[in-house]
Design a protein around this ligand. Structure first.
Ligand code: CP
Ligand code: NVA
Length: 310
């Protein structure tokens, strides 16, 4: 089936879900599902023929790196991989100079950074779309794949409750934005001192989002339709490991928690998983887990992002 272009996304940065309208978010999810179905039906589009995506990584990645690369390939374009070691941005040359070089050669840049400001700086100077492949603040591409998985599993977002258990980190912040755009009721269970970004939360609440912060993780999972977790120690926080392990001691999700969920409830994780910390291995491989559907969807979600923006 033809995947209609979302014209309002053309040439736009993809830095935060909060930059999207509810309609753009819904259409992105639907077009990603369609791109997935088309690929599985043997349709081989060449919508991005002769287009190039540069990928810059300050941090490690399996899923984001592989799926953007494959996404470009599956749409007839291609990608080049630039790591901090190659380009030494901000050290060998300024981010502004990197931006003004790359914009002359490529059609878009996907970057994974520590500081979110690095992405903003890149976006300020480059006149090609900049895509957030994860920053310390946000992980919007992950949430596209996750919401694809929710839609595929439940048919719609109507009436869904999702519980995020763990650190109020980049993935959690993007959950807040996704809840704002989808109408999903979001419960966040985190210890005091590990709350999500206050400005992002207040922005979502002031735009009608239904979000609760709870301190008892099991109470937060009562009757929920999805338990979602992520690592306690995000990339760049390694020096804070011991304090975090203590704070999250009651937050290890195993399948013993699953009966707390609604009958249709599922377990979700963005991966990589740190087994014995935020969850057990058997939870990820449990029949109620949709973790690998989420991972599979990263490919098609990235395809939707580059299809509409480049
Ligand atoms: N979930 C995710 O972004 O995985 P990577 O860190 O492997 O890209
Ligand atoms: N919160 C994690 C997500 C990894 C995909 C991190 O930033 O390391």
């Amino acid at each position: 089936m033809q995947v209609d272009k979302i014209e309002s996304l053309k040439s736009r940065d993809f830095l935060s879900l909060a930059d999207l309208t509810k309609l753009e978010f819904a259409e992105l999810i639907d077009s990603a599902i369609l791109l997935k179905q088309n690929w599985k039906a043997g349709i081989r589009p060449d919508a991005l023929k002769h287009k190039t995506l540069a990928m810059i990584f300050e941090k490690q990645s399996l899923r984001t790196r592989s799926t953007f690369d494959i996404a470009m390939y599956q749409l007839g374009g291609h990608s080049i991989l630039l790591s901090q070691n190659y380009i030494g941005w901000g050290v060998r040359e300024t981010i502004r100079d990197v931006a003004h070089n790359l914009e002359r050669w490529v059609d878009g840049v996907m970057a994974r950074t520590y500081g979110h400001n690095t992405l903003l700086e890149l976006a300020k100077h480059a006149d090609v779309p900049i895509i957030n492949g994860l920053s310390d603040l946000l992980h919007p591409c992950q949430l596209l794949a996750d919401y694809m998985a929710l839609k595929e599993h439940f048919g719609s977002f109507e009436g869904l409750t999702l519980t995020f258990v763990g650190d109020g980190n980049n993935v959690c912040n993007s959950h807040i934005n996704a809840a704002m755009l989808s109408g999903v009721h979001l419960r966040i269970a985190c210890p005091e001192g590990f709350d999500p970004n206050e400005a992002i939360l207040q922005h979502a609440l002031s735009h009608g989002a239904s979000i609760e912060i709870l301190r008892d993780p099991k109470e937060a999972c009562q009757g929920t339709d999805a338990i979602y977790t992520d690592v306690w120690i995000s990339m760049g926080q390694e020096e804070d490991t011991e304090r975090r392990k203590l704070a999250f001691a009651d937050y290890t999700i195993s399948s013993d928690w699953f009966p707390l969920m609604s009958k249709r409830g599922v377990f979700m994780h963005d991966l990589p998983a740190h087994y014995g910390e935020e969850c057990t291995e058997e939870a990820v491989y449990h029949e109620r887990s949709i973790v690998f559907e989420q991972a599979e969807n990263r490919l098609h979600a990235q395809k939707a992002v580059v299809y509409h923006t480049l």
